[in-house]
Design a protein around this ligand. Structure first.
Ligand SMILES: C[S@@+](CC[C@H](N)C(=O)[O-])C[C@H]1O[C@@H](n2cnc3c(N)ncnc32)[C@H](O)[C@@H]1O
Length: 235
């Protein structure tokens, strides 16, 4: 049995999401993200869950470049600490962790996702220590100050993680830990819920809560669509 198969893997009970929390942003005209246009969060999570088995092949065909960027950033900030505690928020099928393991044998990574079908695929990889099935909100119930890195790729967009989630990412981090977020840049610019992201991070920095380390734009999050890597350190 491979070492990773011996690790404890659990699926926590889903946290019951409240309808009031769900974020009902519609995809604007002209956005070519036609995979699930106009779905609210609950519908989007259901979409991911039902299509989980096809997700990896569809993303490979679409040349989704986000997970590799996220894996590269994770490797850079882990800097060889193989047992650093990492939480992969909106882990999906686990692509980021599959890719980071090409660089080094990181062995203390938990995953979290709201779509059960996606987590079932992630679990088959055997690369996660624990898997949590829950909607990521301000109050996950996970212990604060417990992770060295919280990473999330492709989880900002209509019907995805709201700004409250960033506060929870900060809560879950140990002091000195890193949040790494890789997103399609368009979403941070155009969606009402995310226009406040940059001002919020700047405010946290001015309050001495974080140090912003990166806000790097890169080509081809998807071909023709820029991505953005945001990294900040908890002070
Ligand atoms: C585009 S996929 C990205 C998956 C993976 N991070 C990757 O890069 O391949 C987005 C994932 O975010 C999850 N998701 C969206 N909003 C979420 C939330 N509020 N809490 C937990 N998971 C969420 C979806 O279920 C889906 O698996």
């Amino acid at each position: 049995m491979a070492a990773c198969d011996r690790r404890k893997r659990t699926m926590a009970d889903p946290v019951a999401p409240t309808v009031a929390f769900w974020h009902q942003v519609q995809v604007p005209d002209g956005d070519s993200d036609t995979s699930s246009q106009g779905l609210n969060t609950a519908e989007k999570i259901e979409y991911y869950s039902v299509h989980a088995e096809e997700y990896d092949s569809e993303q490979a065909e679409a040349q989704f470049g986000g997970p590799l960027k996220a894996a590269e950033a994770l490797h850079k900030y882990l800097n060889g600490r193989l047992d650093a505690r990492v939480l992969d928020v909106a882990a999906g099928t686990g692509e980021v962790v599959k890719l980071v393991r090409r660089f080094a044998d990181y062995n203390n990574i938990d995953g979290l996702d709201a779509a059960k079908g996606m987590l079932e695929v992630a679990q088959q990889s055997g690369l996660y220590k624990e898997l949590f099935h829950m909607l990521f909100t301000i109050n996950t119930g996970l212990p604060h100050d417990s992770y060295d890195v919280v990473i999330s790729c492709g989880a900002i967009g209509p019907g995805h993680i709201t700004l409250d989630g960033f506060q929870e990412m900060l809560n879950l981090l140990k002091s000195g830990g890193y949040v790494i977020i890789v997103v399609r840049r368009l979403y941070t610019l155009e969606y009402p819920g995310y226009k406040e992201l940059s001002p919020m991070l700047n405010q946290w920095e001015s309050e001495g809560k974080i140090k912003l380390l990166e806000q790097s734009i890169f080509a081809d999050f998807y071909p023709g669509y820029e991505g953005l890597t945001i990294v900040f350190k908890k002070l």
